[in-house]
Write a new protein. Structure first.
Length: 383
């Protein structure tokens, strides 16, 4: 079954005619630990833990393979937003690579597309959405403390992504349904302004409009996804939102993990350069052990991250995954990390070679010393 909620989304109250209805989905990814204990979890924050699952709503092979992280759905909260009281739905996904993803869904019903720009930086009467998510993440880390191995001290550096989900079909100003692509071509500048959080729509250049909306895909006549750097627009039947959101969420998690391990490699390289540029403060064997552990850890990380973000079977979702990974420059992040791993490997080989040379010198000196001792003993015996 696709991911559903026991509490259906209710549109936020609006004045005037609501031409666009749907929900804004805020995705926050946190890298909270180096690794986690491999044991089943039954409850989190007082809620039952389940495995994420979904159905493919479009053409796909008989066998589908998706990563199924552990997750919990928290009770719906009532908050006062920019257009009055709204119910917000919160979901937490927990991945074995030491990361969590928190999604918050806020329903909307607005007459104009530009009215959604205010949802980028959502403020409630009791604080911002970001503050609420940070507090929730802190509660999760505290409860998972016993499962986390080498928790990160700076886990609060999150990666955020916003998805504006509009229920299909789209209606024209004359109250007639239209195809998603036709509507998109007629409102492309407004879509670009929404994704770029640009209030002065008329000042947005054609070049920026084309760039922000260049990565868009459609499967049926009434669905569309437009992918930008930190936001996306999704038009579809609400029952099909979750499969696309899951792909965007996994890419956002992958970016978070790549950034975290890039920082880890930077620290390791800095220590290695420092230790090799002068008389080491630590023994060579300690440096070698650390470099060896990092190489092993990165091999494990690449394997687990690939298993987390790979899926087989749904060609449309595969295209969406390709577009979001391109927009987030994940391939460049992988190449950067691989380059730093090669440097670490070179340093490891240099240290191994240096260590071997030291042992050879010691061995040669020992042989010479034994030879001298043997000569001394022979000479004394002749006397």
């Amino acid at each position: 079954m696709a991911e559903t909620s026991e509490n259906p989304v209710r549109p936020a109250p609006q004045t005037g005619t609501a031409r666009y209805t749907g929900e804004v989905v805020y995705i926050y990814a946190f890298d909270i630990a180096y690794d986690t204990a491999r044991r089943p979890m039954t409850r989190l924050l007082g809620q039952a833990v389940e495995h994420f699952s979904m159905d493919a709503n479009r053409r796909s092979p008989r066998q589908l393979s998706f990563h199924r992280p552990e997750m919990v759905r928290l009770p719906v909260l009532e908050r006062v937003g920019p257009h009055g009281p709204v119910p917000i739905q919160r979901t937490i996904k927990f991945l074995s690579i030491g990361a969590i993803s928190i999604t918050v869904r806020v329903p909307f019903a607005v007459p104009h597309l530009q009215d959604l720009i205010a949802f980028h930086d959502l403020q409630f009467s009791d604080g911002s959405l970001q503050d609420h998510v940070y507090q929730l993440a802190h509660e999760v880390v505290v409860e998972l403390k016993g499962r986390l191995q080498s928790p990160h001290p700076h886990w609060m550096e999150e990666e955020a992504y916003t998805v504006f989900c509009i229920a299909a079909p789209i209606w024209t100003a004359s109250d007639r349904p239209t195809t998603a692509l036709h509507w998109f071509q007629a409102h492309r500048r407004q879509v670009a302004a929404l994704l770029a959080q640009e209030l002065e729509i008329e000042r947005l250049s054609q070049q920026e409009t084309d760039e922000s909306t260049s990565r868009h895909l459609s499967y049926y006549e009434d669905d569309l996804v437009v992918i930008d750097w930190d936001a996306a627009l999704l038009i579809d039947d609400p029952s099909a939102f979750d499969e696309t959101l899951h792909i965007l969420e996994l890419a956002n998690l992958q970016l978070t993990e790549l950034e975290a391990y890039d920082r880890l490699l930077d620290d390791a390289l800095e220590r290695s350069y420092r230790d090799l540029s002068r008389d080491p403060l630590r023994p060579r064997r300690d440096i070698l052990r650390e470099l060896r552990e990092i190489r092993i850890d990165m091999a494990r990380f690449n394997d687990e991250l690939s298993n987390t973000t790979k899926f087989f079977g749904d060609w449309h979702l595969a295209r969406i995954h390709e577009q979001i990974t391109t927009r987030l420059h994940l391939a460049e992040w992988h190449r950067t990390i691989e380059g730093k791993l090669r440097i670490l490997n070179d340093l490891y080989q240099i240290l191994k070679h240096d260590q071997a040379n030291r042992w050879m010198v010691i061995l040669e000196a020992t042989i010479v010393l034994l030879f001298i001792i043997d000569l001394v003993i022979l000479f004394m015996g002749l006397q």
